[in-house]
Design a protein around this ligand. Structure first.
Ligand code: SF4
Length: 369
C-alpha cells in the first residue's frame, strides 16, 4: 500500500520553494480562471505573483464557501487536560525543560470544565494534552472521552501521535476527529525544533494521518506551524498531504488549521514572518484548491483579523480559549501553552458572527450514543 512518506520523499524543499517563487502573473490568472484547480494552481495562488490578486481571490473564496457551507460558522472550544510533556519543542510553553508547575486534570476537574463549556453552548470540543505517555497515554484519553461523550456531539483530540490500533480503540470510544500538525515539513528545521522526546521522530509524525485513515477516523486536521520555516513551502506540502489523503482515504473529512507562532514562556521568534496579508492569501488559496475542506482559525489570531477572515473562506473558529489545563474554572492562573490574542467571550464572538450575517453552528450532527 502506498503511503505519504514515499510521495513526500520524491520532493526537494528548495526546488519546491523555487518553483513557487517562479510562478508568473499569467499562471496566477490561469489558476483564478480554472474551475478545477490542481497543486500547480495552488503554488501560483500562494506565490508572490498572486499578491496583486488577493482581493479577487478573497471574493472567489467567499463565494465558494457560502455556496458549499451556507452562511454558517462552526464554533468549538479547546479543553486542555494536561501540560505534562516529555518532549522539547522550542516554540512551546509546555516543553520539558520549562520550569512550570505540571498538572493533569482528574475526572472531577474535567467535568467541572465541561459544565462551564456546556453552559456556554459548546457541542464541539477539542481535547488537548502534552505528550507524556505514562500519565496522559491512551488509557487517560479514552477515559476522558468516555467521561464526556454523552455531553458532546463531536469530540476531537490534539495529543501525541498514536498507533493505528490505539486510534481504533479511541474511535470505538466515541472519538470523531484528530488534529495532527506536522509543524514543519522541512526535515532539518523539524530536527532543530524537536531535539528531544518521541516527537523528534519526523517520519512517525508524517505517517500519522495514514494510520488515522487506516483506522477509519471521521476527520483529520492538518497544518504547519507558520514561522518555523518558509510558510509557502510548508503550505504546499500541507496541500500535497491533503490531496494524497483525500484520494487514499476518501470517506474521511479533512480540515486545515493555520497556527502562527505566538509568544510563550521562553519564546521563540519566527524565522520567517508571515504577515496578515500572507495568511489571507493562503486561506483563500486553500479554499480555491478545495471546496470541501474545512478551514479553521483559532484565538491565536487577533480580534481584527478574525473579524475579517470569517467572511473569506473560514468555516470554524474557537472562542474564549484557555490554553492551560483547568483554565476555564479549575485553575485559571496556571501557565498557558501560548498566549491567545482574541480574548473576547463566546457571546461576543457569536454576536460578531451574527452581525456579519453568519449563523453560528454549535453542532452539525446528532450523537445517538
Ligand atoms: S508542542 Fe506538544 S509535544 Fe511539544 S512541548 Fe508542547 S505540548 Fe509537548
Amino acid at each position: 500500500m502506498q503511503d505519504f512518506k514515499t510521495i513526500f520523499n520524491t520532493y526537494d524543499w528548495e526546488e519546491t520553494l523555487q518553483s513557487i517563487f517562479d510562478k508568473t502573473e499569467d499562471e496566477v490568472i490561469r489558476a483564478l480562471q480554472n474551475t478545477k484547480r490542481d497543486l500547480e494552481d495552488f503554488k501560483a495562488l500562494i506565490s508572490p505573483a498572486a499578491k496583486p490578486f488577493i482581493e479577487q481571490m478573497a471574493q472567489q473564496s467567499n463565494s465558494i464557501t457560502r455556496k458549499r457551507f451556507g452562511n454558517t460558522i462552526q464554533m468549538y472550544a479547546p479543553m486542555y487536560l494536561s501540560n505534562e510533556c516529555q518532549n522539547i519543542c522550542t516554540y512551546c510553553g509546555f516543553s520539558l525543560t520549562n520550569k512550570i508547575p505540571r498538572r493533569t486534570l482528574t475526572d472531577k476537574e474535567i467535568l467541572r470544565e465541561v459544565s462551564y463549556l456546556k453552559s456556554k453552548g459548546y457541542d464541539h470540543i477539542l481535547l488537548v494534552t502534552g505528550e507524556a505517555n505514562r500519565t496522559v497515554g491512551v488509557i487517560y484519553i479514552k477515559n476522558a472521552i468516555n467521561l464526556i461523550r454523552s455531553q458532546f456531539a463531536n469530540i476531537t483530540i490534539e495529543v501525541q501521535p498514536l498507533d493505528q490500533e490505539e486510534y481504533e480503540q479511541l474511535i470505538e470510544a466515541g472519538l470523531y476527529a484528530v488534529l495532527v500538525y506536522q509543524e514543519t515539513y522541512h526535515q532539518e528545521a523539524y530536527k532543530l525544533h524537536h531535539p528531544k522526546g518521541r516527537k523528534s521522530n519526523f517520519e512517525y509524525r508524517l505517517e500519522t494521518p495514514d494510520r488515522l485513515g487506516r483506522a477509519g477516523i471521521h476527520k483529520i486536521g492538518l497544518g504547519a506551524l507558520f514561522g518555523l520555516e518558509d510558510w509557502r513551502a510548508d503550505s504546499f506540502f500541507t496541500a500535497l498531504h491533503l490531496k494524497y489523503l483525500q484520494k487514499q482515504y476518501w470517506k474521511t473529512k479533512y480540515s486545515i488549521s493555520f497556527p502562527r507562532l505566538r509568544p510563550h514562556s521562553g519564546g521563540l521568534e519566527p524565522k520567517v514572518e508571515m504577515t496578515d496579508a500572507d495568511l489571507v492569501q493562503l486561506i483563500c488559496a486553500f479554499r480555491l484548491l478545495d471546496e470541501d475542506v474545512e478551514l479553521s482559525i483559532s484565538t491565536r489570531e487577533s480580534e481584527l483579523f478574525r473579524n475579517h477572515i470569517v467572511n473569506l473562506g473560514v468555516t470554524s473558529i474557537s472562542a474564549e480559549s484557555k490554553t492551560n489545563p483547568g483554565g476555564y474554572v479549575v485553575e485559571q492562573q496556571s501557565l498557558e501553552q501560548f498566549e491567545i490574542s482574541d480574548e473576547r467571550s463566546t457571546e461576543e464572538i457569536a454576536k460578531m458572527l451574527n452581525d456579519r450575517g453568519l449563523e453560528v453552528v454549535w453542532k452539525d450532527w446528532e450523537n445517538f450514543r
